[in-house]
Structure formats: structure tokens, C-alpha cells
Design a protein around this ligand. Sequence first.
Ligand code: ADP
Length: 376
Amino acid sequence: MKKVGILGGGQLGRMLLQAAINYPVETYIMENDAHAPSSHLCHHFVKGDITNFEDVYNFGKQLDAITIEIEHVNVEALEQLAAEGVVVYPKPEALKIIKNKIHQKNFYKQHEIPTSEFVVTQTLSELNNHIHFLPAVHKLGSGGYDGKGVQLLRKAEDISVGFDAPAVLEKMVDIKQEIAIIIAVANNGETAIYPPVDMVFDPNLNLLSYQICPAVLPEKVFWKAEAIAINVVKKLNSPGIFAVEMFADKNDNVLVNEIAPRVHNSGHHSIEGNYSSQFDMLWRIMLNYPLGNTEIILPSALVNIIGAENHEGAVVYDGLNEVLKMDNVFVHLYGKAKTKPGRKMGHVTILSNEKQELLHKANQIKHCLFVKAKSD
Ligand code: ADP
């Protein structure tokens, strides 16, 4: 049986392990927290630091293949493992490009992939040279996630909230829609593309509010988005699962925002919504089986279950019964013992042929399900 490891033991690892049950594979997780969402669901849990060379190398050298659930891992160790014959998903070369937003933007430019105009800044004071470039978005080169590491700079007075570290300053796009397309790439280069997802963001939290699949897009935006997503993933030249996040602007231009070289939040609906989920698909790739069917079974909406403001501590889910009473609604709790404001604690997928029903239920869920801390 193949031995496959995952760096990181959060919810992505957890849902990967759920899908692994169907296949002949021995699973390994490395993670610092022995109580992380996936630590008790794998065959072998190894406590370790995914950013440390020795830890990642020693973990990986016993494996046939290794993947990641977060980009923030030790790439040098993955390069060493790849040189020694462990198959790494994605390839370390692709991970290196994606891990740093400066490298990512330069990669798009080099390959003529449409993306918002940008300049690279090294320090906060350098931003003063780019006042004419505003309104813009300042993004930390490495270390940011889920909107942390992103600052909107609309006017000169906002510059003080920028980053005093290597970063990219991107022209602010007049966004009409944010979409994501997940693409699977097999070891032989064959690709399978999932239908696009419409991601609706909460402007205050800079976090996903809900997402709908398939996204309703003007036909030419749809074709452009698919072509761009396939092109950029092909240029990365690596097997694995890739989520390509894009902006469609008011003039129907499609621009790449960023890529995740792994299973991604924008593909969670695929567990119930598509014949082969993104998690199932990654196992097919890593175990060298044929790619699965990416078509939807039914349209879906997805709501993330997020820790409520002012609640920190042992978690309780308020309103769960109400959600579980709804038809064609699927609850996923990630098994995190503690909540804190903004923490991703789970998600809910809704299936329906009626867009109105999807939106109605998504709103109902957002208004009745709350993640709180026990009050004692
Ligand atoms: P993260 O990697 O932390 O998710 P993103 O680069 O996806 O960060 O940015 C977070 C959000 O900020 C995006 O989903 C989008 O709403 C907004 N944003 C990012 N870049 C731009 C841009 N160039 N123009 C307008 N809004 C942007």
C-alpha cells in the first residue's frame, strides 16, 4: 500500500482523510498540535514543525508521496525529498512561486497571464513613491492568509497601514465578481476542470460570506476564465489540485488574483455537489488512478461556519438543530475544540436546482447558526 503524507493537520487534511478511506493508502499527518482536526483520523500522526527542514525531511523520507494543506511549509526539505524520489504535490518549484506573492505576480507577468498591474515594495516608506498608483491593495509577500496580510490603500492617508516588509502593491480592481476555478492535473499532465464558483465576500471582514456553484457568468467571462485558469496551471507544470482565484471586472476583463496549489475552501461544495470531490480527485492523482468526473450533481451554495465576535474558548454551536432540520443541507464541523473570532470552524453545503432556494437557505443559516464560547 502506498504511504502518503500531508503537511498540516487542519480541516483540509481532515477532509482529505475522509476521502482517503475509499482507497488503499496508508495516511500520515505532520502537525504541531496533537489535537488538530485530522490528528486522530490518520494511520500515523507525527508531531512536528512543518516549517522546519529536519522535521519535514524526516517525516517525508519514509513516504511514497507527500502533499500540503498550507503553503507555509519548508520547501527546501520538499526539494530534497523530491530529489530522493518522494513525489511531492505540488512540485516544490510550483510551490516556491506561489508561496510568495511577489514571485507569483512576477510569474504572471512573465507568462503574460492577465493580472492587476503591480509594483514591488520592500519597506513602508517606499509606498510614498507610489501615491499616484492608488487606489491599490498592499499584500505581504509571504505569511498572509485569509485576508490577513492584505490592506486596502485608497488614498495617501491610508499608507500608514501598509506593510514594512517585502510586499506587492496592486492596482485596485473594480470587481464585479470574484470567481474560483479548481483544476486537477494528473501525473501525465492530463487536466480536469471544475465548474466555476462565485465567491461573495464580506467587505468588513475580508472573508468569504458564501459561495455559489456554478457561478452565473456572461458567456465570454466564462470562456475567458476557463482559458486563463487552464493556461496558468499548465504554466506551473505540476500535478496536483489548483484553485485559481480570479476577478471579473466591470468591463468583463478576467484577472488572476492568486492561486492555491492545493485543495481549497472554494472547492468544499464538491464533496456533495460534484461526482468527484476535490479531495477524492487529489487521491486519484496521488495514487495514479484515472481522474474523476468534475461535473456537478446539483448546484450548490456554501456557507463557512466562523467563530463569532467576542467569543473565545470551548466551542458551542448555537442553532445547529435548526440547520440539521433543513432538507439537502450538509453540515461539516471541523472538530476544533476552541473557537475564536473569525476562526473557520466548519462549513455548510446546500444543494438545490433553484438559485433562490440556495440563497434563501444560505441566509437562513447565516442568521441562525452561531459559533460561541461556553459561558461558564
Ligand atoms: P488572501 O490570500 O489573504 O485570501 P487575497 O489576495 O485573496 O488575500 O485578497 C483578499 C481579498 O481582498 C480578495 O478576495 C478581494 O476581495 C480583495 N482584493 C485583493 N486584491 C485586490 C485587488 N487588486 N483589487 C481589489 N480588491 C482586491
